[in-house]
Design a protein around this ligand. Structure first.
Ligand code: ATP
Length: 339
């Protein structure tokens, strides 16, 4: 659907060159929700702006449904932009237009007849749950409601792709989840491919199918969200995941545990259907070892279980050894170093 091949974007500012995007190759499939995560300055916005040709690449090519954007005439660029809806962190609504007026705007630009515009606006208001706010002005709305208007406006011309630029970064956690549910509905019910950028791992975890992690203009890791969460490779990816996982208690609590005579701690990671089997208790019981869960969580990720537990064992040293060796055959287990 969207194919980046060795894409680079360099800004030249006098004698300074800023390599905002370097050698990015990614394919976003039709119908998926693809998230790009990275810290500030990683190059995410630049990459998005290349998709609707607000910027053109310095190198490489971008194709949408097989068409190379570099060959587009001005007219084709205008047509392309109609196929791509966009929503923003700060909503970018027209303050002097009503909710209905904001949603009608792109339809007017596209030259649609009045009756058709009215019907489409009503349909979109219903889709985003704002029928009763049609005649309000943006300043009368909450942040979540403003973003709903932004989404309705982006959908007006029935795009194939929706691009979301930090769409929930200005919202509180509850409103963020509400907007993420709406984006999921846009994807599922309307079949629209979503490309989003964010610095919040929660957004990736909640709605994305696949993710790419960017740093210094490069994609440092990409893949399926479940695999990336359960087996991150790059230290930056691990940092993002820790921000939503809290997979170990604070160092001071760990030291208290050790000082009070606590046993060695092990991290046990269960994935998918393994979480349905009582492996920990079965293997421990068979070897006459007790298992103590000290910290951790079991979460749902992409409709699969993902367990991340800190445990200690009590029993004969050789029996504990056997338990760990048997567990290693089924799950990921490693000793947690303290300090
Ligand atoms: N028009 C521009 N001219 C010069 N440099 C730019 C321009 N746009 C972006 N940059 C630079 O390119 C780099 C990547 O910026 P970009 O905005 O793409 O990152 P980002 O990951 O989206 O960060 P943020 O979340 O803070 O927007 C930064 O160093 C930025 O200063």
């Amino acid at each position: 659907m969207i194919e980046f091949s060795q894409v680079a974007k360099t800004f030249v500012l006098g004698k300074r060159r800023v390599e905002a995007v370097k050698d990015v190759s990614l394919t976003i499939q039709k119908g998926e929700i693809f998230g790009i995560i990275g810290f500030s300055g990683a190059g995410k916005s630049t990459l998005l702006r290349l998709v609707n040709l607000l910027e053109s690449p310095s190198n490489g090519s971008i194709k949408i449904q097989g068409e190379d954007l570099s060959s587009f005439s001005a007219k084709e660029v205008r047509k392309l932009r109609r196929r791509i809806g966009m929503i923003f962190q700060n909503f970018n609504l027209f303050t002097s237009r009503t909710v209905a007026g904001n949603i009608a705007y792109p339809l007017k630009l596209a030259g649609k007849p009045k009756g058709e515009i009215k019907a489409r606006v009503d349909e979109l208001l219903q889709f985003v749950g704002l029928t009763d706010k049609a005649n309000d002005y943006p300043e009368q709305l909450s942040g979540g409601q403003k973003q709903r208007v932004g989404i309705a406006r982006a959908l007006a011309n029935s795009p194939d792709i929706l691009i979301c630029d930090e769409a929930t970064s200005a919202l509180d956690p509850d409103t963020t989840n509400e907007i993420l549910r709406l984006l999921k509905k846009v994807n599922k019910d309307l079949g629209i491919t979503i490309l989003l950028i964010t610095h919040e791992m929660n957004v990736i975890q909640t709605i994305c199918d696949r993710v790419a992690v960017m740093e210094n203009g490069e994609v440092i890791e990409s893949g399926n969200v479940f695999e990336t969460f359960t087996d991150p490779q790059h230290p930056t990816t691990k940092r993002f995941i820790q921000s939503v996982q809290q997979d170990r208690p604070s160092e001071s609590l760990l030291q208290q545990w050790q000082q009070s005579g606590g046993k060695n701690l092990y991290r046990v990671i269960f994935k998918g259907e393994l979480a349905n089997r009582p492996i920990l208790s079965q293997i421990s019981r068979k070897n006459n070892v007790d298992v103590n869960i000290v910290y951790g969580s079991v979460q749902e990720l992409q409709e699969k279980f993902f367990g991340n537990l800190l445990v200690s064992f009590e029993g004969e040293a050789s029996a504990i050894h056997t338990v760990i060796a048997e567990l290693e055959k089924e799950v990921s287990i490693e000793e947690v170093l303290i300090g």
